[in-house]
Write a protein that binds this ligand. Structure first.
Ligand SMILES: [Zn+2]
Length: 207
């Protein structure tokens, strides 16, 4: 049976990136983990907000600037309330934003661990042509080929062979995208008609 099975992979990184900071209490470079808490200074007309990080070894704190000397009237009351209440969704939004973190601290430790939620959009599990559509909650350092190999339970060499035989096509950016971090908007099309274990691969793709 031919036809296309379209599946959406929603990918959520599991461990927030950790800035590597010269800890003055430890006397050396240490990773700092996100504490999950904001500190807000909302006295008067100007508002400052920081996300607090703590040294993994000695608990020393580092304040990452989120808002700096911002006029109170420029800040939505809902945002201020979220900051003051350590809204977990807002914490997560900042904590997992590795590019923004890197603007404050040059060296950042990133983790490739992700949770993948798979949802069949259309088509049937009988189809032998699969299209995966990626959506990422935040950026990840996890390479696309590692993600696919892990989720399918196959080797990266096999993925490479598929790509060379044009059985696997990545858009945009083609084969280069396989060796780069997985990104939102990437679509991977795989023709599994000739694969003896396609049922296993398809069922892994669909979750
Ligand atoms: Zn320390």
């Amino acid at each position: 049976m031919s036809g296309l099975l379209r599946i959406r992979w929603a990918i959520a990184p599991k461990i927030a990136p950790r800035p590597l900071i010269n800890c003055n209490r430890c006397g050396g470079v240490r990773p700092y983990r996100c504490s999950g808490k904001f500190r807000v200074n909302a006295n008067g007309k100007r508002i400052d907000a920081w996300l607090i990080y703590r040294c993994v070894d000695c608990d020393n704190s580092w304040n990452r600037t989120i808002l700096e000397r911002r006029s109170r009237r420029d800040i939505a009351p809902a945002l201020l309330a979220s900051l003051e209440n350590n809204d977990p969704a807002l914490v997560r939004c900042h904590a997992f934003d590795a590019p923004a973190l890197r603007t404050w601290i040059g060296r950042v430790e990133e983790f490739p661990d992700v949770a993948v939620q798979k949802q069949v959009l259309d088509g049937s599990m009988e189809n032998t042509m699969v299209e995966l559509q990626l959506w990422l909650e935040t950026t990840t350092c996890l390479r696309l080929d590692r993600l696919l190999a892990r989720e399918f339970g196959i080797s990266r060499l096999r993925l490479q062979t598929w790509e060379e035989r044009r059985l696997l096509v990545v858009a945009p950016d083609g084969a280069r995208a396989l060796r780069k971090p997985a990104r939102t908007g990437t679509a991977i099309r795989i023709d599994l008609v000739g694969e003896p274990d396609r049922d296993i691969v398809i069922s892994a793709a669909g979750g």
